[in-house]
Design a protein around this ligand. Structure first.
Ligand code: DX5
Ligand code: ZN
Length: 221
């Protein structure tokens, strides 16, 4: 499966968001990870569909990957797909009807993802595996950038990969939280192929150098 580096704009300088997104794209970003927090499902409060639309209108062509850390989710699914999102994930505990929310994402033409918190079991994927395009495994508790990677996430990624392989389905594994040059290789070896990194990229002095190093770490020998 192809690997993708997805910088999380949560750690970008919001006063210069368009430029920041341009910079990570020219530095080699494949996907733009867009964290939506509502001060309800998670303690933090971030950005909404208008900001997504502004980025698209500004000329961002790379896929925008909207990670909804909100409750409820359905109304925002519609708003973000209208705003130009390509991928939308949500936390199953945050919606009343998981299957319906997935359908809504697909019917709006976006790739659908299920986001699992560190303590959320993989059994939440039962009965919906056939319908989703990717699984977002949180390797920190959602709400903030710059947290430490939770080590036992690796075991969970491996189990998730096994479930997918046994199903014969074409589902991608995205991992989000605490990823950097030093641990991206082990995360890939555990089975992930989409790597979200916020602080490791935006807090570095040279985005291109950081993304290049990340790609080197995950490129097959
Ligand atoms: C956390 C967000 C992450 C976060 C990752 O709730 O979902 O996408 O921005 O940031 P880092 O890479 O700094 O852990
Ligand atoms: Zn995220």
């Amino acid at each position: 499966m192809k690997n993708f580096i997805a910088p999380s704009i949560l750690s970008a300088n919001f006063a210069e968001l368009g430029k920041e997104v341009d910079s990570v794209i020219s530095a080699g970003a494949d996907i733009i990870h867009f964290d939506v927090m509502d001060n309800h499902y998670v303690p933090n409060l971030t950005i909404g569909p208008q900001v997504c639309k502004s980025l698209v209108d500004y000329g961002v062509k790379k896929p925008i990957d909207v990670h909804l850390m909100t409750s409820p989710v359905d109304e925002l699914i519609t708003q973000f797909s209208d705003a130009g999102a390509s991928m939308i994930s949500f936390h199953p505990e945050a919606t009343q009807h998981v299957d319906r929310s997935i359908e809504l994402i697909k019917n709006n033409g976006c790739k659908a993802g299920i986001a699992l918190n560190p303590a959320s079991p993989l059994s939440l994927l039962d009965h919906i595996l056939e319908k989703i395009d990717f699984i977002l495994i949180m390797s920190v508790n959602p709400g903030y950038g710059g947290q430490k990677f939770i080590a036992n996430s690796l075991e969970k990624i491996k189990k998730c990969k096994e479930i997918i392989s046994n199903s014969g389905l074409d589902i991608e594994i995205e991992v989000d939280g605490g990823i950097g040059i030093n641990n991206i290789k082990t995360i890939k070896e555990s089975g992930a192929n989409i790597f979200v990194a916020g602080s490791a990229i935006f807090n570095s002095d040279n985005y291109e150098d950081t993304i290049k190093k990340m790609k080197q770490e995950i490129s097959a020998e």
